[in-house]
Ligand binder design. Structure first.
Ligand code: ATP
Length: 482
């Protein structure tokens, strides 16, 4: 198709206009970095979550899924290190009082420089972050004369660490209440249930526990739409392995996860691996799977080799034994015996995956028709497998028995996949609307249907139309969304 563009501001307004994503509490002017998913967005999100869940649990005999609570005992976050370490270095501008995440401030400045200078600045920043050198980072900001976007001055405070967890009170009376946290990651719900699942599920190492659910972080620089939110959803899987085999599994999951992203239609050349320079306190290896978002290459998923850190910490803080007895034989012919398993984690943000799919799908197209006139459309090329609505059923006109045939088809298909029925407006206008919401197939019932039981099926991606038997519609669409 000629003249395709991929424009981020337009994508954001398209998401709102067509019921994909709304600003939270919009009638009260919204809440920063919090979003609601509308009627189509909620369905697309569910389809993505279902794909992930199926690929993890149904397609791997040694992975099971759980659904742990958001609230957890406050000691969990002490043990995990989040109370002491889950913070980002922040700096305030004294003139505007605006607070920045230091890495974002420097990255933003690097983007304004030429390639070589930008890369050198980022390399210097990575080195200082890895060394936890906060005064060094402040020097870097000042020596590069990095200014606040609002005040345009370099009048900076010292850099401080800022904890990202939200806290709240549990308990009905103030005196009895206790401070608890909204979980900043879903992973800890898996670790504290390790023994429950291993024992009740009779799981044998290596095995995984998967979970999807909300996580909360008080992100300071919340921007780029649903890329960085304060309330978001994660899809995480912790894979428990024998100590010493973690790098093998780390490499296995690195490849496996990239392949999965490709299986839902993300082209391989839009994905890349980025190894971490500074490892988190719990990791012995870590990388990001990055996607080329409209605003640059950014993290979509993290793969972390978390060692035995989490299970060991929970054993220490809970004073419970959290180990596994491995009766497989080692090379000396003796059972491996008791040990604390090592963990390889895969962690993808569902909202970031949603943004990935939408930014690939959104296209504004213009072309010249056979008669020389110009035509255009906005289309969401969401892969049929994950599109929220699979089939639109459209009677050509609202009379002559056509709606009755259409409704019968709707009743026949709706148990198998999501259908949409519409009888208002000219057919061309209805096709354009289906393009705009990403419906991959439309079926039109016209007068010929009454004569020979055929319908027109129209394909969203190439706008091709063909005549097929009415009785074939369900099978064909089921096959195409397979
Ligand atoms: P970033 O460096 O972008 O802040 P992170 O390294 O802190 O991300 P992880 O803790 O590894 O992220 O979380 C795993 C995944 O959860 C990320 O790859 C991302 O997809 C998602 N995620 C993390 N924070 C957010 C957020 N604020 N909004 C939306 N998704 C998020």
């Amino acid at each position: 198709m000629a003249n395709e563009t991929n424009n981020f501001p337009e994508l954001i307004s398209h998401c709102k206009e067509y019921g994909y994503i709304f600003q939270s509490s919009e009638i009260y002017d919204g809440l920063a970095a919090v979003y609601d998913y509308g009627q189509l967005g909620a369905q697309l999100k569910k389809n993505l979550r279902d794909e992930w869940w199926k690929s993890m649990t149904q397609m791997h005999e040694n992975i099971v899924g759980i659904d742990a609570a958001i609230f957890m005992h406050p000691t969990v976050w002490k043990a995990s290190g989040h109370v002491d370490n889950f913070s980002d270095p922040m700096i305030d501008n004294r003139d505007s009082n605006k607070r920045y995440r230091v890495d974002h401030l420097i990255e933003g400045h690097a983007e304004t420089l030429d390639k070589e200078a930008g890369e050198a600045l980022l390399a210097e920043m990575d080195k200082l972050i890895a060394a936890d050198d906060l005064p060094g980072l402040k020097n870097l900001i000042e020596s590069n004369k990095i200014k606040c976007a609002i005040s345009k001055t370099c009048n900076w405070t010292d850099i401080r660490q800022f904890n990202l967890m939200f806290s709240t009170q549990i308990g009905s009376v103030a005196e009895e209440s206790d401070t608890i946290y909204l979980r900043p990651e879903t992973a800890q719900g898996i670790f504290v249930n390790f023994l429950n699942v291993q024992k009740t599920g009779r799981m044998k190492i290596p095995f995984g526990i998967a979970q999807t659910g909300k996580a909360f972080r008080n992100e300071i620089v919340a921007r780029q739409f649903i890329f960085r939110m304060r309330e978001f959803e994660q899809m995480e899987m912790q894979f428990f392995v024998r100590p010493g085999t973690q790098m093998e599994w780390y490499n296995f999951w690195k490849d496996e996860r990239k392949k999965w992203h490709q299986s839902i239609g993300i082209p391989g050349e839009k994905l890349r691996f980025h190894d971490h320079v500074k490892l988190a306190h719990y990791a012995d290896a870590a990388l990001d799977i990055e996607f080329e978002f409209p605003f640059g290459w950014k993290e979509l998923e993290g793969i972390h080799s978390r060692t035995d850190f989490d299970l060991t910490q929970h054993a220490k803080f809970s004073k419970k034994k959290i180990q596994y007895f491995d009766n497989d034989l080692n090379p000396e012919g003796k059972p491996y015996g008791n040990y604390t398993p090592f963990v390889v984690e895969t962690s993808v943000g569902l909202d970031r995956l949603f943004l990935t799919v939408m930014s690939l799908a959104y296209a504004e197209e213009k072309w010249t028709k056979e008669d020389g006139s110009e035509d255009s459309r906005v289309v969401l090329r969401i892969p049929a497998k994950i599109a929220p609505t699979k089939l639109a059923i459209l009677p050509l006109i609202k009379k002559d028995g056509l709606p009755e045939i259409a409704k019968e088809l709707m009743n026949d298909c709706k148990g198998s996949f999501m259908c949409f029925y519409e009888e208002k407006d000219a057919i061309g206008k209805r096709y354009r609307r289906m393009d705009a919401i990403g419906t991959p197939f439309c079926v039109t019932i016209d007068h010929q249907t009454k004569e020979d039981n055929t319908v027109t099926i129209r394909y969203r991606d190439d706008m091709r139309q063909e005549r097929i038997a009415l009785t074939e519609v369900k099978n064909l669409v089921s096959k195409l969304i397979g």
